[in-house]
Design a protein around this ligand. Structure first.
Ligand code: UVW
Length: 321
């Protein structure tokens, strides 16, 4: 990891910023682009009624794909048949018995949304709020405003793996603007202003097919994904893209080798522009279907939980074609 935490200040000094664009009290960022008209544009993309849920299985006994510093979700039964059999719990009047369980997990520990206050450099978070507002819980730019609004609009799947003729992208493989444009052209699905982008790399399927050896080659996080460039950032800014998701943990190429930084797009897009990141989405089945019927656009519905002061939230997004 870089030893220069402020490298981003220099690297991104001319990068576009949306701070103040929607007022000094904004906590929604580019979700402000998702007006009622944009929801209707998403609804118009529904032509077949096919629904794909994009959440991954949560809290499997053998573990889930996670950012390496995060621990696995723990789900524990607090009421089950055993409680009644052992006489520690009595059935309700009438005979009703029930199962209850508790889960302890990172809010980013499964398919999830990042809050706009999730990442920053220096002393400010998105829209110029003091980074000290994150202490003890996000007083500003938590996941709650995003959850209150919902991420709903026209989605487009960009099957970068298929466009490159691969089952999955390689470790550290960058996705450039030219790759996005080539995939959109190949799929015959031009990207429109305010589209919610969903990037398919095939990387997440490696976790389930090959285990940790394939997913963390050499024990390292080396995900492929969107690669930082001024050109890509400018395009996302001009296209007014509200949200980007993918089937990787970071939604971007983990390492930007040219600058020696990690996750610079979290800074240039989420932190500077307020683009909302959705991560660890199961895009495989959707991608297979899109390749069969040629329909790569859909109504996208992403509804995180209203976690008060939360830095993120689990979600089970839906793509409805
Ligand atoms: C970090 O990269 C720190 O988190 P995430 O990928 O969940 O946004």
């Amino acid at each position: 990891m870089t030893k220069e935490p402020m490298k981003f200040a220099e690297m991104l000094k001319d990068s576009p910023k949306n701070w103040g664009r929607w007022g000094a009290d904004d906590e929604l960022g580019c979700l402000n682009f998702l007006t009622n008209e944009e929801v209707l544009r998403g609804v118009k993309a529904v032509r077949q009624g096919k629904t794909f849920t994009l959440g991954i299985p949560l809290a499997r006994p053998q573990g889930d794909p996670l950012y390496p510093s995060r621990s696995q979700p723990i789900r524990t039964m607090v009421s089950d048949k055993g409680m009644y059999m052992s006489g520690r719990t009595q059935a309700l009047p009438g005979g009703c018995e029930y199962a209850d369980d508790v889960i302890v997990m990172y809010l980013q520990g499964t398919t999830q949304y990042d809050a706009l206050g999730h990442v920053w450099y220096g002393d400010k978070i998105y829209n110029g709020y003091d980074a000290k507002t994150t202490i003890g819980g996000l007083q500003k730019c938590s996941i709650e405003p995003i959850a209150n609004k919902g991420v709903i609009g026209r989605g487009v799947l960009l099957d970068i793996a298929r466009a490159k003729g691969k089952k999955h992208l390689d470790a550290n493989e960058p996705i450039h603007l030219a790759d996005i444009e080539a995939a959109a052209k190949k799929q015959n699905s031009p990207i429109e202003k305010h589209d919610i982008l969903l990037i398919h790399t095939g990387w997440l399927k490696r976790y389930y097919d090959e285990g940790l050896a394939g997913f963390f080659p050499g024990g390292q996080m080396q995900e492929p994904g969107l690669a930082y460039s001024k050109e890509l950032v400018q395009w996302i800014y001009e296209m007014e893209i509200p949200s980007i998701g993918s089937d990787t943990i970071a939604t971007e190429q983990t390492w930007h080798h040219e600058s020696g930084t990690m996750i610079p797009l979290h800074m240039a897009l989420l932190y500077h522009l307020g683009v909302v990141f959705n991560e660890i989405s199961w895009t495989h089945d959707l991608a297979e279907d899109c390749a069969k019927d040629g329909q790569y656009t859909f109504l996208f519905v992403g509804l995180p939980l209203k976690v008060v002061n939360g830095a993120g939230s689990p979600v089970n997004p839906a793509a409805i074609k």
